[in-house]
Design a protein around this ligand. Structure first.
Ligand code: BES
Ligand code: ZN
Length: 452
């Protein structure tokens, strides 16, 4: 039987197994889920063993383990590294989920759970593709799985692992499914991801909360100070980020490449409607889509301070905080932006306030050259399964470790994702279209069995 027949015959079982994977709340950001993250790594080891890998092991790190596996078919064949992550984002806000985040539910042809699309559902396609290719004896490439449990918190330990072990990481490409397609019938391959640099900024004022009647008007309020800082970081008219030197390394795309970007653009009207907003914003001279993909951006991910409970309370809080991140594009380096941001805050003076900056993590932008043979292979596989040629996609999200991986080993990433922008990743009611789960397995089998 072909793998296509086997996908159909085994599909219900694949979905049941994926449900087991999704039930494990492997939230890397929150230490309360620590044991679950470890359990999830063990679960994955067993799943890859059962799929028929030659060797599977857990590689311990300072935080969560890497899952490493090998399948060798022919020493003269190219070696493909498969990357993915078994950790997930926090499920909050919990009350907005229709069914609980770690009790997978099937509705309208999709599986709903935290991590369904990002990235457990997409990662699991590789485990099942390995199982099927072993059964039909069609695997043509040597495989190396390197799966981490810290992607959603910046990949610090996988980064360290690569910096220490790149000499022994021989291979030809890094294959990843952790991105989205333009539509369920429209294939695409991501060729550009933005980098990221993530901070927490704190503003400290009086040594304790004050009565705002006694001191209001005389003592600077840390929440005001944080607000001032945030406003100063981005020009409200041009949308440009005001950190000196921020744009120094930004490479403008030539008109041909910009046209390519435009081909993969969303439709502004549709996006506004689907998001329930009446306007999009953007950097002067660039469309909203360009501003979210090929231009750097700044976001406040959260801000808190003072009294936020029921009813009212009259105080000047003693401190306030914000989580601020920047998305970066070629050739910006997150290390440089890290320094530039810290300097900006250091020089931003608000009398009566002391600012502190903590850097959480960062990663550089990545690009896949369209001429790379691996891109052509992946594009052919997608075309066979979807009946249409995939378009190159410029994506605004980040996978922080890939730039280092490419720089240290020379392996370009192939970002062959099967999610949809509407999957609600990082949000309540995350889901993954089961038909794309099926097509993903099919495409991966097609690619990994293609003639060298
Ligand atoms: N799967 C995403 C990357 C992504 C986002 C692809 C949007 C396509 C569209 C990935 O798992 C992710 O969310 N990465 C984080 C990294 C960060 C926490 C360091 C991101 O981009 O926020
Ligand atoms: Zn994510």
């Amino acid at each position: 039987m072909s793998w296509e027949g086997l996908i159909e015959e085994n599909f219900d079982r694949f979905v049941e197994e994926l449900k087991e994977f999704l039930k494990i709340p492997s939230v890397s950001a929150d230490p309360r889920f620590r044991d679950d993250v470890f359990e999830c790594a063990d679960w994955l080891v067993k799943a890859i063993k059962d799929a028929g890998a030659d060797k599977v092991e857990l590689i311990p790190t300072d935080k969560y383990p890497l899952v490493y596996a090998e399948k060798n078919v022919d020493e003269n064949a190219p070696t493909i590294w498969i990357y993915g992550h078994y950790d997930v984002q926090p499920p909050d806000p919990l009350d907005q989920w229709i069914t609980p985040p770690f009790e997978p539910d099937i509705r309208d042809g999709a599986i709903y759970a935290r991590g369904a699309s990002d990235d457990k559902g997409q990662l699991y396609m590789y485990v099942k593709a390995l199982e099927l290719l072993n059964k039909v004896g069609k695997l043509k490439y040597n495989l190396r799985f390197l799966i981490e449990g810290e992607e959603e918190i910046g990949s610090e330990n996988l980064e360290k692992y690569i910096l220490q072990n790149h000499d022994s990481m021989k291979g030809d490409m890094v294959l990843v499914s952790d991105t989205a397609l333009p539509g369920p019938e429209t294939p695409g391959i991501t060729v550009s991801l933005r980098g990221i640099c993530y901070f927490e900024v704190s503003a400290y004022g009086p040594s304790h909360d004050l009565h705002s009647g006694t001191y209001g008007g005389a003592v600077q309020n840390p929440v005001h100070a944080i607000a001032h800082l945030i406003i100063a970081l981005r020009d409200p008219i041009t949308g440009r980020i005001m950190i000196p030197g921020f744009y120094d390394d930004v490479k403008e795309l030539d008109p041909e490449e910009r046209e390519l970007v435009r081909k993969g653009s969303w439709n502004d009207e549709e996006i506004k409607k689907s998001l329930g907003i009446d306007a999009l914003i953007g950097e002067a001279g660039f469309s909203p889509f360009e501003s979210a993909t090929i231009r750097p951006s700044m976001d406040v991910n959260g801000i808190w301070g003072g009294y936020t409970g029921e009813g009212s309370k009259t105080i000047i809080p003693s401190e306030a905080h914000a989580k601020i991140s920047f998305r970066l594009v070629a050739d910006q380096s997150w290390q440089k932006i890290n320094e530039a941001f810290k300097k900006f805050v250091e020089e931003f003076k608000v009398p009566g306030i002391r600012f502190e900056v903590k850097t959480f993590h960062g990663g550089d932008p990545v690009k896949t050259p369209l001429e790379f043979w691996g891109y052509q292979k992946a594009a052919n596989a997608m075309e066979q399964v979807f009946g249409k040629k995939p378009i190159p996609l410029y994506t605004g999200g980040s996978i922080p470790v890939l730039a280092t991986w490419q720089r240290k080993t020379g392996m370009p990433p192939i970002l062959m994702g099967f999610g949809l922008e509407s999957d609600r990743i990082h949000a309540p009611n995350e889901h993954f279209n089961l038909n794309l789960f099926r097509k993903g397995i099919n495409t991966i089998c097609t690619l990994l069995s293609s003639e060298l």
